[in-house]
Design a protein around this ligand. Structure first.
Ligand code: NAD
Length: 362
């Protein structure tokens, strides 16, 4: 007999997380609540074959718990791929707190969340993400040892490492495409001059590249023009200009069926997350002869610094691991060329080889 849950849903029709389209074989999905503080959170651990699932905690005013579940499952799986490809002894996990970070955040709520992480006994390690600051992480870290990026555990802002890895990745792409990693005289169109983008621009400038920059925040553009001798274009034109390399370093995607046909570059390599609107856009870039550096491979410097940047670890260890992003990308480019397949699919396969068949003791 169907037991009504409310007027439309019955137990027979109710979809559990196990049936969710993004379930993807998650090891653990924990719904964490606390009546006293109003905490509503979901912690998702996708895969721990390589080690504990590390990934940030996002606080967002989701329209529904289902929207939050979809987000956390996608993000958590993404962390398994990113951490495996970065060759970290870590699996993938992520958490979301369903709340408005501006109005709902209280120390008590964050501590209640931290206590839930503690109950997972180390299968999940949290860190900052959208809506959660380093101060918030200090509060969470006051009740659990499984929080990274705190004063006691971290190296602070991961952006310089993300920028270093992106710069190294651009050089690896240039070496593969042009036969030399000398950027002197090459032109790079760089979109997004924030924490990561500006630092990438600075390193490109120091390497002798000519810069065409864009950002919706005018002071950042002015600074790049004055300090780095860059030429500016509007953000809408960044992917239209003729250059050797397009480096997306702003927020969100941008590579899709509308934009890819207009690119006038040989390489796309930048720090932004989720650059391809769909996986098929990777094939579209390949068909146009454009070398694409998969985003989660080239922008892994930040997670490397969060994962390895513990007290007692020297900065050079973290930098060396970040610089190795160049070797990983070279491996991806060479395999993609040999197999005549898109780099984004090769990156996924390489990550899968690393987390599906390797088991580390946590
Ligand atoms: P940020 O917020 O400091 O900088 C983003 C910049 O992009 C800002 O200057 C903003 O004005 C600009 N911007 C936003 N929309 C734009 C648009 N439509 N056109 C042009 N410029 C636009 O962020 P960040 O930390 O530098 O991160 C940049 C990208 O790198 C993001 O996609 C982020 O997810 C990714 N990433 C960052 C890190 C890290 O360590 N910070 C790690 C991995 C990935």
């Amino acid at each position: 007999m169907n037991v009504p849950l409310h007027n439309k849903i019955t137990i027979d029709t109710y979809m559990t997380p196990l049936d969710h389209p993004e379930f993807a074989g998650h090891e653990q999905i924990v719904f964490a609540t606390d009546n006293e503080t109003g905490l509503k959170a979901i912690i998702a651990v996708h895969n721990t074959n390589r080690g504990p699932g590390l990934g940030g905690c996002r606080m967002w005013n989701y329209a529904s718990a289902n929207e939050a579940l979809t987000d956390v499952l996608r993000l958590s799986k993404g962390m398994t791929y990113k951490n495996a490809l970065a060759d970290l002894a870590l699996g993938g996990g992520k958490s979301v707190i369903i709340a408005n970070p501006r109005t709902d955040k209280t120390p008590e709520l964050l501590k209640a969340f931290g206590r839930h992480i503690n109950r997972l006994a180390g299968s999940y390690i949290t860190a900052e993400d959208v809506g959660i600051s380093s101060d918030d992480m200090e509060i969470i870290g006051s009740v659990t040892d499984f929080a990274r990026g705190t004063e006691a555990t971290g190296f602070g802002d991961p952006s310089p490492y993300t920028a270093l890895g992106t710069f190294v990745g651009i050089k690896a792409a240039a070496k593969h495409k042009f036969g030399s990693d000398d950027l002197n005289g090459l032109t790079v169109s760089l979109k997004g001059l924030g924490h990561v983008g500006y630092d990438v621009a600075r390193q490109l400038h120091e390497a002798g590249a000519t810069l065409i920059v864009s950002d919706i925040y005018d002071p950042a553009v002015t600074r790049a023009v004055e300090e780095l001798g860059a030429t500016s274009v509007s953000p809408d034109e960044a992917h239209l200009v003729k250059a050797d390399i397009f480096a997306p370093c702003a927020l969100g995607g941008g590579l899709n069926a509308d934009t890819i046909p207009h690119l006038k570059v040989a390489i796309v390599a930048g720090a932004a997350n989720n650059q391809l609107e769909t996986p098929e856009d990777g094939a579209a870039l390949m068909e146009r002869g454009i070398l694409y550096a998969p985003d989660y491979a080239i922008n892994a410097g930040g997670v490397i610094s969060v994962a390895l940047g513990e007290p007692g670890i020297s900065d050079s260890v973290v930098r060396q691991k970040t610089i190795a992003i160049g070797d990983t990308l070279t491996q991806i480019f060479e395999r993609a060329a040999t197999e005549k397949r898109p780099t984004n699919l090769i990156a996924d396969e390489l990550a899968e080889e690393r987390f599906q068949h390797q088991h580390y003791s946590a």
